[in-house]
Design a protein. Structure first.
Length: 149
């Protein structure tokens, strides 16, 4: 088992490439199955994209921290940032029954995050802390198994 992942990123969309490379190495070091590694990368890409695009008004420089570790069959990932306060669990759910043309724009990425991972949120000392938990197993069909909370 590896030492986990610790990464500091600037609040710039170009940093997501660096995150992706680090996640690939982390998944390989921790022997994370490819379907779980893809879910982890997708959740973090969506979370960071939203944070960078909406959390920093006027492109104020900021820092985003990522820490990830595998604990048995669980991936524990914490994301900290100095962006505006935002709890991703409280994002309005998109109406998936409406046609694409009638549906409100936005919200699908946050819905994806909340569906694919167990999400906790806290605001501590002026920083957002989002904690993500993903199960490192699948149901045999490549589909994620729900995390029991």
């Amino acid at each position: 088992m590896g030492a986990g992942l610790t990464l500091r990123l600037r609040n710039e969309l170009s940093e997501i490439r660096r995150l992706t490379a680090a996640l690939d190495a982390f998944a390989e070091d921790e022997a994370i199955p490819s379907d779980v590694a893809m879910r982890m990368a997708l959740v973090l890409d969506e979370l960071l994209t939203n944070t960078i695009e909406y959390g920093y008004p006027d492109e104020v420089p900021g820092e985003i921290g990522i820490e990830a570790k595998r604990d048995g069959d669980m991936l524990m990932i914490s994301v900290t940032d100095d962006a505006r306060p935002f709890d991703p669990r409280k994002a309005p759910r998109p109406d998936l029954e409406q046609s694409v043309e009638d549906r409100r724009v936005g919200g699908l990425g946050l819905h994806l995050i909340n569906t694919m991972a167990d999400v906790d949120y806290a605001r501590i000392n002026g920083r957002n802390l989002v904690t993500l938990r993903l199960l490192v197993t699948s149901d045999g069909d490549g589909d994620p198994v729900a995390v029991a909370t």
